[in-house]
Design a protein around this ligand. Sequence first.
Ligand code: NOJ
Length: 766
Amino acid sequence: MKNLFLIASFAVAVVVLAACSSKMSNTSVAYSKINPLETKVDSVLKLMTLEEKVGQLNQYNGFWEITGPTPKEGQAAKKYEDLKKGLVGSMLNVKGVKDVRALQKIAVEETRLGIPLLFGFDVIHGYKTISPIPLAEAASWDMAEIKKSAAMAAEEAASVGLNWTFAPMVDIARDARWGRVMEGSGEDPYLGSQIAVARIQGFQGEDLKARNTILACAKHFAGYAFAESGRDYNTVDIGESTLQNIVFPPFKASVEAGVRTFMNSFNELNGIPATGNKYLQRQILKGDWKFDGFVVSDWGSINEMIAHGYAKDNKQAAEIAINAGSDMDMESSAYIEHLADLVKEGKVKESDIDDAARRILKVKFELGLFDNPYLYCDENYEKETVGKKAFHDAVLEMAKKSIVLLKNEKELLPLKKSGQKFVLIGALADDKTSPLGSWRIAADDETAVSVLEGMQSYKGNQLSYVKGANVAEGRTQFVWETKINTTDKSGFPAAIAAAKGADVVVMVLGEHGLQSGEGRSRTDIGLPGVQQELLEEVYKVNPNIVLVLNNGRPLAIPWADDHVPAIVEAWQLGTQSGNAIAQVLYGDYNPSGKLPMTFPRNVGQVPIYYNYKNTGRPVMNEPESVFWSHYIDEKNTPLYPFGYGLSYTQFEYSDLELDQKSFSGDGSIEVSVNVKNTGKYAGKEVVQLYIRDIIASVTRPVKELKGFEMIELQPNETKKVRFIINKKTIEFYTAQSKWEAEEGDFNVFVGGSSVKTIDANFQYNN
Ligand code: NOJ
């Protein structure tokens, strides 16, 4: 190892030896002039040439040949040369201890200064052991379980040599056509902020130097989910109120939770690409929020400013991006090729390069890479850790908690455990790859437990399986031509025949796991292919259907809601999917999930979300004319609202009480409500609190989630749930362009979904 480590350690030893604790917490790193970490970073920076500093800002995609024959020509060879010259700060998409170690060895042992690399990877919902897609996890509303899931993913990823995940995606999304809704926490900024914090705490843990923790990355900053017409990468044009009140909160919460990295986004925001956006990165993120980690660009997004029509070439793109506060260049090669020249030409300040390099070096110190660059490189530990049983148990728990019961008439569910004849229909029922969902790059195909396997583990009934119809043609992860639809109905007769004599038909329908995710926007969000027809044909011969949905986004399924007696939202639940679904269907787990995103009746209603504005012509009960805000061919209301989800038991809300009718200044009100389990099963309920600010300097939504609590009740048991409302609860970004509480009248609503609530009023006086 090179002498740099000695120099860095020496500097620290001299300055504040006692403070140099290896237990340095990622969330409590306070920077000041005497901070030893700052001193360490400066001691390294002082040794670096301009080119080496720029090198720290350069991130390359992995080149696998490094552990085999040395790349001879082209891009890989250039990357390899740059790596040896110390002109690479980070790699992405390198996986496995062997490959990571090989590259780290070059960085540490062959470059002049021996600065270790960061290894980033999209650990979005697990590394090899896959947990439910993030939208599904969000449906659990269970912060402890979500944190655990992220911690488990971090442990598995760190064991293969990785030290950085490009997660969580904290984009608030209102448009189900956008394929990446599967990767986020849905439509609500309050829930989204809580989940962002849980995930960051899970990934980063208490100690970034521990070998089971990795860096988190809040992405995509900002506005990415507001792409016009739900088409990925499309233009984003939103006003300041939406940006501040809806888009920013989870990002701000991420900074407050100590997230160490941010990723900017592909989209333009109000005419300026996010990657070159000074307002976002310098003013808001690094200025107002005092973010002291670093910002990585999205893949090639610096170069994409040319296509946006914002930079004339890669060199100007580099100039714009660094000046706007993008610290690391992912795969544009814009920084490595042009930044040093731009400094020499006076177009970029060297102090800005220093600032970016300093941020990156600081994070490397925080990870402990300067103490031990091979911390994450232990092949035995890798073998013991990847896919271990505890991970499978954890993803099963998470999967069960992510399921949402949408409909259950005639108590069709839970299923009886014996004496029944069941038929399972649908290609997805027998699919061991689709449940892994999108964004699971390291997982192996065919490794999920299918619904068929899960159901087969219950032996008391007669169970047969018929495919009926495929979902799509082609299913390879990165094949662009993955067909959304199939027209083949040749399997219908067998499915219909099998359904005829069954007590219950369980149909597993929906999207293949690769029909959502990046670059997978849809204009039709119904059941793909011929599945809708299959459902209707089977229904004609046997209406006793339990529909199990697999999907990465809200679907528009009005026919199913009208006809099918039981509907279970099972998303893409990961490695243990089939076991989780079977346990819920058989009642060994009583479903407790609540939707984190509104389901429309019709794609034409999209974007549809619960926290909409009232308009000047709101819904009329008995309209006398057409002149109010509505459609002439569809209701305004959703099929299933935000916060909605049933249980096998029932809950009754009563006695909503406020301990006072008004508060002022820093005072508060306690809201309490009684929740009773009136059904016959023990069950969990997510009690939700919403408010409405009736008149404000900027119009406010008809409802805003401000609190929630999960409780568990035995049959007949009642619990009192309490919430506190204070100034923070009612603050928003006002017409004065700041976050503040305005005085006036408010409604408070409490219930088991955003629409089924009981309410009261209160007042706030300044
Ligand atoms: C592009 C995606 O937008 C981003 O989320 C991801 O982290 C990078 N590619 C790296 O794979």
